[in-house]
Design a protein around this ligand. Structure first.
Ligand SMILES: [Ca+2]
Length: 213
């Protein structure tokens, strides 16, 4: 099972079943009898996301639809597949978001925006309305930390402003406010700083999207 999902602890949703089945033969099947996941895989996905089985399957088919020639319908052997960023970024939830590439980079294993199914489920789980604000804040910080150095520095703020304004500001207008120019070190929320709280920036992807359409 996938590393990024496995590293985060999320509460099991009510209604989830008990101990994992160990029988691959008891794989989850859809109406067409196509085996997609084993019970163990679905249990793990439920444990590591905020989704029900039905929601996980719905998201899987959306992932598969992005690249049907690439993504198999049988995931019981955990195929080594990544959907290119160009397809991920074209999804309705992301295509108009100025941070879409950065979001995909943060959630992808290699930081290149190309996503495994685990990366994909992880991203939607964090973006969902069920994810707690602290978790969203943690990822918001990572997204704003463009150079991945653990600080929100002036350069990060310039990148943020450039994306929010879609590159329409002049060079002078680009300069961050003086009190924001010194690098910040995370001091709050277990080593994380929610930039949206401090700069008045409230990008819509932090506040939650509807993942059920
Ligand atoms: Ca930084």
């Amino acid at each position: 099972m996938c590393s990024s999902l496995a590293t985060r602890v999320a509460p099991r949703r009510s209604g989830a079943s008990g101990a994992c089945s160990r029988a691959l033969a008891a794989a989850f099947t859809m109406g067409n009898k196509q085996t997609v996941f084993t019970h163990e895989q679905l249990e793990a996905y439920q444990d590591c996301t905020f989704f029900t089985r039905k929601e996980i399957m719905r998201l899987f088919y959306r992932y598969q639809d992005l690249a049907p020639q690439l993504v198999p319908l049988d995931y019981t052997s955990c195929p080594d597949v990544k959907v290119p960023y160009e397809l991920i970024g074209s999804m309705p939830e992301l295509k108009d978001n100025p941070f879409r590439q950065r979001i995909a980079q943060v959630f992808s294993d290699d930081g290149d925006g190309h996503m495994t199914l685990d990366n994909f489920l992880d991203m939607f789980s964090v973006m969902s309305e069920m994810a707690p604000r602290d978790l969203k804040a943690y990822y918001a910080f990572k997204i704003y930390d463009f150079n991945d150095d653990g600080y929100i520095c002036a350069w990060d703020l310039e990148q943020t402003v450039t994306k929010l304004t879609r590159g329409e500001l002049s060079a002078e207008e680009h300069l961050p406010h003086p009190h924001l120019r010194a690098p910040w070190r995370s001091r709050v929320r277990g080593g994380r700083r929610d930039l949206s709280l401090h700069c008045g920036i409230r990008p819509p992807w932090v506040l939650g999207i509807n993942t059920r359409h």
